[in-house]
Each structure stands twice: as structure tokens, then as C-alpha cells.
Design a protein around this ligand. Structure first.
Ligand code: FMN
Length: 194
């Protein structure tokens, strides 16, 4: 794969609610990428259709999964990298995201060797505590998270960082988000060369 090939990033949101700020971060990331970053495309991958993890739903291990799980796993596998938008639920990763992670971790582990970045919008710490739990989970999954820049956003700040449609409107946050995406792109390219 040459460096001129477009990198594909799978963007996964841990919140399922319509007005999710974390989903808003993904919309913003897609726009920033399309408008001001060349050679990379971000695709939103919806985890809402996934059933709750239950290995009784698997056929022969590693061969068959329920259709929505199969579809999700193959989108992760095809991606050159992963962008997580991770809300903080009770100081940790939100259950829908953990569920999606667990499904794609079933052998063969779809996360193995993937470069990844995390962004989060949440309460006082901007969802930060979920980020450190996600990084810990990534150790066993063999996910390679970029360390810098870190992107946390406190949703309770004034003036508001999001508009009434949960779209990111803060210029400084958008610039930070762009730096996160550029860092992920650089890391994906370095891993491809290696
Ligand atoms: N916010 C925090 O900052 N820390 C928490 O520990 C935390 N726990 C939560 C637990 C639950 C079950 C829910 C529903 C929300 C919690 N929140 C917490 C608030 C969410 O971070 C906040 O609602 C955020 O906007 C969720 O992301 P979303 O807008 O993408 O849905």
C-alpha cells in the first residue's frame, strides 16, 4: 500500500442517544477531515444494531457471528485505524462501546495491530476517566493508541462548545480535534511503512 492511498478510519461512538455530544465529535471529525486533511477518510460505524454479547449467539467459534456482529467486525478489520468517541459512564467506558469492543475481540481479534485515537465529551473531566480505561482494554486487544494530543471536552462549559443540534462549534476545540486527526494519520502511515 503506497502512501498516496487514502487511509480509512472507522469512527465508533460509545453513546447511542440521538443528541450525543460524542456523536457530534465524530460528525465534526468527518467534516474537518473532508475539508482540511488530505488522504484520509473517516467512516462512522454504528454499534447500535449489535446484540448484547452472548457467546451462545456464535456458531462455530471464529467462523460465524450474528449478521450485525459480522458486519461490524468486517468494518473494523477493513479499517486502517480506529477513532473512538468515548463517553464516560460511572468513571469508565460506556457499556455499548465495551459491548462492541468485546464482539470484535472474539477470535480472530479484529482490533489486533490497529492504530487508534480517542476523543471524549463528558462531565468535569471531559470523559477522561473512560479514556484511561479504554487504553487499558487496548493492551489486551493489541490496539496501538496514539498518546498525544489528548482530546477531552467538558460539555458543561460556557459559552457552550456545542450548538442545540450537538454539533461542535468551538473553534479552539475544532483545531485540537484536527491536531488529533493529523496525529492519528501520521501514526497510521508510520505503521504502514514499518
Ligand atoms: N459523566 C462523567 O463525566 N463521569 C461519569 O462518571 C458519568 N457517568 C455517567 C453514567 C451514566 C449511566 C450516564 C447515562 C451518564 C454519565 N455521565 C458521566 C454523563 C455523561 O458523560 C454525559 O451525559 C455525556 O454527555 C454523555 O455523552 P453523550 O453526550 O455522547 O451521550
Amino acid at each position: 500500500a503506497g502512501a498516496s492511498e487514502t487511509i480509512r478510519i472507522a469512527a465508533i461512538c460509545g453513546s447511542l442517544r440521538k443528541a450525543s455530544f460524542n456523536r457530534g465529535l465524530i460528525r465534526s471529525a468527518i467534516r474537518i477531515c473532508d475539508e482540511s486533511i488530505g488522504g484520509m477518510k473517516i467512516d462512522f460505524v454504528d454499534i447500535e444494531p449489535l446484540p448484547l454479547i452472548n457467546t451462545d449467539l456464535e456458531g462455530v467459534a471464529g467462523v460465524s457471528f450474528p449478521a450485525p456482529v459480522e458486519a461490524f467486525r468486517s468494518r473494523v478489520l477493513r479499517a486502517d485505524g480506529v477513532l473512538f468517541a468515548s463517553p464516560e459512564y460511572n468513571y469508565s467506558v460506556a457499556a455499548p462501546l465495551k459491548n462492541a469492543i468485546d464482539w470484535a475481540s472474539r477470535a480472530p481479534n479484529a482490533w489486533a495491530g490497529k492504530p487508534a485515537a480517542i476523543m471524549s465529551a463528558g462531565g468535569g473531566f471531559g470523559g477522561g476517566r473512560s479514556q484511561y480505561h479504554l487504553r487499558q482494554i487496548g493492551v489486551f486487544l493489541d490496539l496501538h493508541f496514539i498518546n498525544k494530543p489528548e482530546f477531552f471536552l467538558n460539555v458543561f462549559q460556557t459559552p457552550p462548545k456545542f450548538d442545540s443540534d450537538s454539533n461542535l462549534i468551538d473553534p479552539e476545540a475544532k483545531e485540537k480535534l484536527k491536531q488529533l486527526l493529523l496525529s492519528l494519520q501520521g501514526f497510521v502511515l508510520r505503521l504502514k511503512e514499518a
